[in-house]
Design a protein around this ligand. Structure first.
Ligand code: GTP
Length: 599
C-alpha cells in the first residue's frame, strides 16, 4: 500500500478544520461520524471556542483521477490533526514528527501570522515537505497573490508553489489531493527492522484503557507483542491495535510508515506520554525517536470549591480529567482562607481556562480559582534551593538570596502602524527586543519577556491596541534573576493567603493599589466597614475600605408583586453562588482575580 502521512498547520482561525472537513468529504469519509460542521474537533468546548485541543487522526483512501495521468492509482492518506494554540506547541511538534509533509494554510484575507511562521519553522525543522495553501479565496477581501508572496518573503517557500483554495466552496481541493501524492514523500523505514514507534497522542477509553496514537517509523507491531516504553522502561502487552477511518478500526498489525492506535492495558495516561518511543521487547531498537520531553505544567492556580461539601466531588472530577490529560497536574492544597482545595498545573492560560470550564460545566462544580502563577526558583540565604509556584508558600524576604523567574521568547506579527504602541506594551511588561523584521507592510517583533508578565491580560491588550491585527506566539527559554516581591492582601485585618501575588519590585505599589481598589469595589457591603490592605513584608502599601451598608433587595418592591420578589431573591442567590466566606466577610470570585485586570 502507498501511504502519505500529513498534517495541516495554520494560524488560529485560518480555516484548518473547515478545509480538513472538505478533504474528508471529497474522499467520502463523512458520515462515519455524526456529520457535524467540524469533524476533527471533538470536545464540546473545542467546538464552542473554535479551537482544536486533541489531535484526532483520520485514514483516507484516495484514488487518483484520470486527469493526473495516473488514473486509478490508490493511496492511503493519514491526516493528523494538530492542536491550534500556543499552549500546545510541543504536541504540535510531535504530531508533525509523525508526518512527511504538511499543508501550510494561510488565510488569503489575513496573510502570514505569528503562528504561521512558528508552525512553518517547526515543519522545516522536522524536515517536512511544505505545501503552501492560500485558503479562503472566496472572501471578498482575499488577496491570494499577496499572501503567497508573504509566504515566500517570510518562510522562503516560492510563491508559485502555493495552491489557492477555499474550505468553504471546495475550490482547490482536487489540486491539494494531487499535491499530497506528488510532493509529499512516501514514508521510509524498514518493516522488517526493530520496532520504533512514536506516540504523538494518547486518549483514555473507559473500556480499553489508554489508547496510544502512534506513527510506526520502523518495524512492525501486532497484538500479543510485548512493548516497551523508552521514557520509563515499562512493559505492556499489546491487546488490540488498528487504524483510524475515522473511528477505531481493528487491524492485524501496524508496520513502518503506518499511523494507528494501540491498546495495551495501560491505565495511567502518564505512562503514555506524547513524544515517547515504543519498541518491542523481543526485537528492540537501540535509538529512541529524539526530542522527547515529558509534559510539564508551567502555569499554576489553586482551585477551591465554593461549597466545602464539594471537595470530594472536585477531587473525583480532577481525577477524571487527568485520565485524559497527561499535561494537567493537581495536588491537594490547604489555604487558611479558602479551606481545602487543589493546586493545579497547566500548559498555559488557555489550558487552565479549558479545565476550569469543563469542571464547572461537565461536573457541575462552583469553583474559586486563584490568580495564575509561574514557577520560581529561589536560592535561600542558607544556600538551599527551593522551587515553588505558590506565592502563599514563598519564604520571607530576609531568607531569600535570589529569585529566578521563567522568561519567554515571544514573536508578535503586526501591521506597521501599531509597532510603536506594541513596543511600548512590551516594554511595560519588562520585555527586551531581540529583533524586528519587516515583512511587506507588517512587522515581526521578537522579544524576551518574563513569562509572568504575559499571564494575565497581555493577549487582550495586544489585541485591543492593534485593533485585533496583532498575533503572537511564545516559548519558555530560560530562568533569570529578578527583583521580585510578594504582595500580601488583608481583608478585615486578616491575611488572605490565597490572594498573595509575586510581582516585580517596580510594580508592587501599583499592583497593591489596584488590587485593594478592585476588591473594595467587588466585595459586597457589610453591616460594618471592612478594611482591605496590601502589604509587603508586613508593611502596608495600599488600603481601601468596603463601606458599611445593608443590602436589602426587597426594599425596591413597594407593591406586593410576589413574582418580582422571587425574581429578585433568585438574582441575589445567583450572585452569591461564587462567594467564599473569609472570616466574617464574603469574598466573590472577582476579588481573587482582581490582580488579573491591569486596567
Ligand atoms: P483552529 O482549530 O482554532 O485552528 O481554527 P481553524 O483554523 O480550524 O479554523 P476553522 O476551520 O474553524 O475556521 C475559522 C472560521 O473561518 C470559521 O468561521 C469558518 O467558517 C471560516 N472559514 C474557514 N474556511 C473558510 C473559507 O474557505 N472561506 C470562508 N469565507 N470562510 C472560511
Amino acid at each position: 500500500m502507498k501511504f502519505r502521512n500529513f498534517s495541516i498547520i495554520a494560524h488560529v482561525d485560518h480555516g484548518k478544520s473547515t478545509l480538513a472537513d472538505r478533504i474528508l468529504e471529497s474522499l467520502g469519509a463523512m458520515g462515519e461520524r455524526d456529520k457535524r460542521d467540524q469533524t476533527l474537533d471533538t470536545l464540546e468546548l473545542e467546538r464552542e471556542r473554535g479551537i482544536t485541543i486533541k489531535s484526532t487522526p483520520v485514514r483516507l483512501n484516495y484514488t487518483r483521477p484520470d486527469s493526473s495521468g495516473h488514473g486509478g492509482e490508490e493511496y492511503v492518506f493519514n491526516l493528523i490533526d494538530t492542536p491550534g494554540h500556543v499552549d500546545f506547541g510541543y504536541e504540535v511538534s510531535r504530531s508533525l514528527a509523525a508526518c512527511e509533509g504538511v499543508l501550510l494554510l494561510v488565510d488569503a484575507s489575513q496573510g502570514v501570522e505569528a503562528q504561521t511562521i512558528v508552525n512553518a519553522y517547526l515543519a522545516i525543522d522536522s524536515g517536512l515537505e511544505i505545501i503552501p495553501v492560500i485558503n479562503k479565496i472566496d472572501l471578498p477581501a482575499a488577496d491570494p497573490e499577496g499572501a503567497a508572496q508573504e509566504m515566500e518573503d517570510v518562510v522562503g517557500i516560492p510563491a508559485e508553489h502555493a495552491i489557492f483554495a477555499s474550505g468553504k466552496t471546495g475550490v482547490g481541493v482536487p489540486e491539494i489531493l494531487e499535491a499530497i501524492v506528488e510532493r509529499i514523500p512516501a514514508p521510509s523505514g524498514d518493516p522488517e527492522g526493530p520496532l520504533k514507534a512514536l506516540i504523538f497522542d494518547s486518549v483514555y477509553d473507559a473500556y480499553q484503557g489508554v489508547l496510544l496514537f502512534v506513527r510506526v517509523l520502523e518495524g512492525r507491531v501486532s497484538p500479543k507483542d510485548k512493548i516497551n516504553l523508552f521514557s520509563n522502561g515499562k512493559n505492556f502487552d499489546v491487546e488490540r491495535l488498528g487504524t483510524f477511518s475515522p473511528g477505531l478500526v481493528v487491524g492485524k498489525s501496524l508496520e513502518a510508515g503506518e499511523v494507528g492506535w494501540i491498546a495495551a492495558g495501560i491505565r495511567d495516561i502518564v505512562d503514555a506520554q506524547v513524544g515517547d518511543t515504543i519498541t518491542r521487547t523481543d526485537f528492540p531498537t537501540s535509538e529512541p525517536f529524539p526530542g522527547f520531553k515529558p509534559a510539564q505544567p508551567v502555569v499554576f492556580s489553586g482551585l477551591y470549591p465554593t461549597d466545602t461539601e464539594d471537595y470530594r466531588k472536585l477531587r473525583e472530577a480532577l481525577e477524571r480529567l487527568k485520565l485524559n490529560d497527561a499535561a494537567f497536574s493537581f495536588e491537594p492544597e490547604t489555604s487558611e482562607a479558602l479551606g481545602f482545595g487543589f493546586r493545579c498545573g497547566f500548559l498555559g492560560l488557555l489550558h487552565a481556562e479549558i479545565v476550569q470550564e469543563r469542571l464547572e460545566r461537565e461536573f457541575d462544580l462552583d469553583l474559586i480559582a486563584t490568580a495564575p502563577a509561574v514557577i520560581y526558583r529561589i536560592t535561600l540565604t542558607n544556600g538551599e534551593a527551593l522551587v515553588t509556584q505558590n506565592p502563599a508558600q514563598f519564604p520571607t524576604r530576609d531568607r531569600i538570596e535570589l529569585i529566578e523567574e521563567p522568561y519567554i521568547k515571544m514573536s508578535v506579527m503586526l501591521p506597521e502602524e501599531h509597532v510603536g504602541s506594541v513596543m511600548q506594551l512590551l516594554q511595560e511588561r519588562r520585555g527586551s527586543m531581540v529583533t524586528m523584521n519587516y515583512i511587506g507592510r507588517r512587522v515581526e517583533l521578537i522579544y524576551q519577556v518574563p513569562f509572568a508578565e504575559i499571564l494575565y491580560d497581555f493577549h487582550d491588550r495586544l489585541k485591543s491596541i492593534s485593533r485585533g491585527y496583532a498575533s503572537m506566539d511564545y516559548e519558555i527559554i530560560d530562568y533569570r534573576e529578578g527583583d521580585l516581591q510578594k504582595v500580601d492582601i488583608y481583608v478585615n485585618n486578616e491575611i488572605v493567603d490565597a490572594l498573595a501575588v509575586i510581582v516585580h519590585e517596580s510594580k508592587a505599589y501599583g499592583l497593591g493599589r489596584k488590587v485593594v481598589d478592585k476588591m473594595a469595589e467587588v466585595i459586597p457591603r457589610q453591616m460594618w466597614a471592612v478594611p482591605v490592605q496590601a502589604a509587603i513584608g508586613g508593611k502596608i502599601i495600599a488600603r481601601a475600605t468596603v463601606k458599611a451598608y445593608r443590602k436589602d433587595v426587597l426594599a425596591k418592591c413597594y407593591g406586593g408583586d410576589i413574582s418580582r420578589k422571587k425574581k429578585l431573591l433568585n438574582k441575589q442567590k445567583k450572585g452569591k453562588a461564587r462567594m467564599k466566606q473569609i472570616g466574617t466577610v464574603e469574598v466573590p470570585q472577582e476579588a481573587f482575580l482582581a490582580v488579573l485586570s491591569t486596567e
